[in-house]
Design a protein around this ligand. Structure first.
Ligand SMILES: Cc1cc2nc3c(=O)[nH]c(=O)nc-3n(C[C@H](O)[C@H](O)[C@H](O)COP(=O)(O)OP(=O)(O)OC[C@H]3O[C@@H](n4cnc5c(N)ncnc54)[C@H](O)[C@@H]3O)c2cc1C
Length: 514
């Protein structure tokens, strides 16, 4: 049985979910002798949790109030509810949209979804803008069937959003959640320029980021314990979005996506990729295929860069084209070996939500001041160590190092827009080894990751790079030059683990954009 369930002190608080749990228990091959004590404990705690559960949901019928934060309280005015969609770009399984609809229903008013296409976003190029906007076009079409108009603004949110809210006399704003600095700044400046209620809903994490922990967690271990306690309360199924009964009264023009794309000021030389199709529908298909064909082998294959053993869901998860909660719920319905199920849920839930926790509570998530004290100390002590190789950003970017394995990983990212997960660790650690300082290593790794990866510009990326270069969420290892006590990875270590030649050949054969 999956450790996620085995170590849970309490189980899902409502009947249908208890049933779901029992199914999950059976699927993981647990005997009746194991199940009975669990179900008995469950029943005892059930009474307490049902009352707690009902209390929490009085104000909001469908949505656990702990998912929602009030950013601005205001008497406001009567008017449409507007969802400012940003990180969670989907119609289905979207707590922010469900909450916005619930508010609109209560206020008997119309509901719209708004997306603001900014001219630049971190180091994103047309590769990521193309993927995102094609996904958004699907959202627009889907929402139309639900009588919910979709608006696309172009420009800076702090300027364009308040203008929109005033023009359409919006009554309430709901936004989805991101822990990243840029999104938080947008919200702060929009807030200063409006005088209507403004809510934020965590539609990305299964357990809301601010609920699972009030502080930066030290490691996966400490967050895992908290998640195990709270998952039973949050890993429930989604209600479906209703056809909205109140019509939008304002003027609506047909969206001209091509014209909107002309307003962006990004690098068009980094081409889009065609091995992955964007959008909610494609995301669901990819999830189903992974669960059906690859989940059982996940534990054995995910760290082998030669086999395509990962889910490849990260671009969809990054743009919110699929919900992690839906992915976890669907995974739990599948019969898969315990080790694979545990490993996948560990990455999808614990590691992913740990990254949000890191970026939410650590303002220095993208520079060395965000590293733990022991890591800063050891890196400083080795600051002046002689580096055997030193490369410039240009040499890294063009995959011109002496190491053919590193070059292949870089080329995989450049051509495909997604580097294999195990190689990402090696890739970032070697950047530390071959640059003048940890500061420079951080800058180069983040720049390249955000520029080429489809899933870049994500808390997972900042946490992954900080783990590789700065020991974040890791522990001290044996001391060595340049790295100090930061965990080291070597070419020979990789050679012992997988077929390096085959990986290099695979990357060379990949017909990508270059
Ligand atoms: C240096 C470095 C940079 C990284 N950059 C990014 C990035 O920009 N964007 C990104 O989404 N991930 C990043 N990761 C984390 C991880 O490598 C990717 O999430 C994973 O390889 C994506 O492929 P997948 O969806 O096929 O993963 P799977 O193995 O199928 O995992 C499923 C999902 O679990 C989550 N997950 C898996 N591994 C991790 C992890 N180590 N940390 C946090 N969440 C994880 C992701 O959401 C992933 O999509 C980085 C890791 C490192 C070490």
């Amino acid at each position: 049985m999956s450790e996620f369930f085995m170590s849970r002190p309490i189980f899902l608080p409502i009947g249908k979910d208890c049933f779901k749990l029992s199914i999950a228990v059976f699927r993981f091959g647990c005997s009746a002798a194991h199940i009975m004590p669990l179900l008995c404990i469950n029943t005892l705690i059930l009474v307490y949790h049902v009352s707690e559960y009902l209390l929490l949901r009085t104000a909001s019928h469908m949505i656990d109030n702990r998912r929602v934060k009030i950013l601005k309280e205001s008497g406001g005015r009567r008017g449409p509810v507007v969802l400012w969609m940003s990180r969670d770009q989907r119609m289905n399984d979207n707590w922010a949209l469900l909450f916005a609809q619930e508010l609109a229903m209560k206020q008997k008013t119309s509901l719209a979804v708004l997306f603001c296409l900014v001219p630049q976003f971190l180091s994103a190029t047309i590769r990521q803008y193309g993927f995102m906007t094609r996904g958004l076009q699907e959202v627009e079409k889907n929402l139309k069937k639900k009588n919910i108009p979709f608006f696309l603004l172009t420009g800076l949110p702090e300027i364009e959003m308040p203008k929109f809210f005033n023009r359409y006399k919006a009554g309430t704003i709901v936004a989805d959640f991101s822990p990243l600095r840029i999104n938080r700044r947008w919200k702060e400046s929009v807030m200063r320029n409006i005088d209507i209620p403004f809510y934020e809903v965590d539609a990305h994490n299964i357990v809301p980021c601010w609920t699972v922990s009030p502080k930066q967690e030290y490691s996966a271990y400490t967050l895992r314990l908290k998640l195990q306690r709270l998952l039973p309360e949050f890993l429930d199924d989604f209600p479906s979005l209703k056809k909205h009964p109140y019509n939008w009264e304002g003027k609506m023009s047909i969206l001209d996506w091509e014209k909107s794309l002309k307003t962006i000021d990004v690098d068009f030389t980094i081409k889009e990729v065609d091995w992955i199709q964007p959008g909610e529908k494609a995301a669901n298909r990819a999830m189903e295929e992974f669960l059906k064909n690859k989940l059982s082998l996940y534990d054995k294959q995910r760290n082998d860069p030669v086999s395509d053993g990962q889910s490849n869901l990260s671009p969809y998860l990054h743009f919110g084209q699929i919900s992690p909660q839906r992915t976890a719920l669907e995974a739990l319905k599948v019969f898969a070996h315990k080790n694979s199920m545990d490993a996948f849920l560990e990455e999808l839930i614990v590691r992913r939500e740990l990254s949000d926790n890191f970026c939410f509570y650590n303002a220095n998530y993208d520079n060395i001041e965000g590293f733990p004290a022991w890591a800063q100390k050891t890196l400083n002590e080795h600051r002046n160590d002689k580096r055997e190789h030193l490369y410039t950003l240009e040499q890294f970017e063009n995959a011109c190092t002496h190491d053919e394995l590193w070059n292949a990983a870089q080329m995989e990212m450049v051509k495909k827009g997604k580097m294999q997960g195990y190689m990402r660790m090696y890739w970032a650690k070697k950047i530390l080894e071959w640059t003048e300082s940890p500061e420079q290593a951080m800058k180069i790794a983040i720049y390249l990751n955000d520029r080429y990866e489809l899933d870049g510009r994500d808390p997972n990326g900042y946490a992954g790079i900080a783990w590789s270069i700065g020991g974040v969420h890791d522990r001290a290892w044996n001391e060595r030059p340049v790295f100090g006590k930061i965990r080291y990875m070597s070419y020979n270590g990789c050679k012992a683990k997988f077929d390096i030649e085959k990986y290099i050949e695979k990357v060379h054969l990949y017909r990508g954009e270059l």
